[in-house]
Design a protein. Structure first.
Length: 306
């Protein structure tokens, strides 16, 4: 908020720091998203261009190659900029999440077209890594064990990509709320609700996955898209839980425990949250509760007036 030079410098610094600490890429993208949310798309592009120039200049000055850094900057900041534009215009967090789902699904299709067998792709990269990690140990992982990890890694990479992009625009929105609209982020997140078309699409994808599993026919990428859909609706499930916790004045420790469980056992908690999100998309628990409360409140008021 102090100007494009300051914002661009911080974004560039965070981007370079992400080479050592990966999560700093979220901070870098959120800076660009915050500028875009507050000052518009043109100012966001200006900060992106300035930050990219600074990153490339520093990279060349340190003797590195410029092209990989340019690609990294584009991959990080362009989605951040687009998500911020969408959120700024519509003021609904569900729409950027749907954009992320489309972006990640597109990546899943592209990577399968580019490399063919994604399990073999990850196996070739994991095998040398595990050999280095176990060089001084008597324990050795067999090719079958490494292959099992490689088979799961593609799906987890899609989940990680989705969560990083979501964290970027959510962090930017939270920063904006803290600076200019205290409490606005929480109320906006608790009202997060995907449109009916997303529920219908999720049902169609789930049905296609079942048919593919039973018959063995169909596109392999359907499984990838289903993983993305699960993560998408898990965010709506989180919104429902936050709404409920607010409604009953639940202690914050319960929500902290939920997030700890989510990090420790995402393969269990994630699908539960996604199921909650899909159920809310069909029944709209939050509006149903409000509708039940309004007549009751009205009856109380009438009796008191009588």
């Amino acid at each position: 908020m102090r100007g494009p030079l300051f914002a661009g410098g911080l974004a560039a610094l965070a981007q370079l720091a992400s080479l050592s600490v990966g999560l700093m890429i979220i901070v870098s993208g959120a800076i660009v998203a915050l500028v875009t949310l507050r000052h518009g798309s043109r100012e966001g592009l200006r900060v992106m261009a300035l930050a990219t120039a600074l990153v490339v200049a520093l990279r060349i000055g340190l003797g590195g190659e410029a092209l990989p850094m340019v690609i990294l900057c584009l991959v990080t900041w362009m989605p951040s900029w687009l998500l911020a534009i969408n959120l700024g215009r519509n003021r609904q967090q569900a729409l950027p999440l749907m954009m992320i789902a489309v972006l990640v699904s597109t990546y899943a299709v592209a990577i399968r077209i580019a490399v063919g067998d994604v399990t073999a792709f990850w196996f070739m990269r994991l095998q040398p890594l595990f050999e280095v990690l176990t060089a001084d140990s008597a324990t050795r992982l067999s090719d079958a064990q490494i292959g099992l990890v490689a088979a799961q890694l593609h799906g987890w990479s899609l989940i990680a990509m989705f969560c990083v992009l979501a964290a970027i625009f959510l962090l930017a929105r939270w920063w904006q709320s803290v600076l200019f609209n205290p409490g606005g982020f929480g109320s906006e997140f608790r009202e997060l609700r995907l449109p009916k078309v997303a529920v219908l699409a999720a049902g169609a994808i789930a049905l296609a996955l079942v048919v593919q599993t039973l018959t063995g026919a169909g596109l392999v990428v359907i499984g990838d898209v289903f993983v993305v859909v699960v993560v998408l609706f898990a965010f709506q499930g989180l919104a429902v839980i936050h709404f409920r916790a607010r409604a009953v004045s639940l202690a914050s420790g319960w929500l902290t425990g939920l997030y700890v469980l989510l990090m420790l056992t995402p393969q269990i908690v994630g699908p539960i949250l996604a199921t909650t999100g899909v159920a809310d998309g069909l029944a709209d628990f939050r509006r149903l509760r409000a509708a039940r409360q309004r007549p009751a409140d009205g009856d109380n008021d009438g009796s008191e007036n009588d």
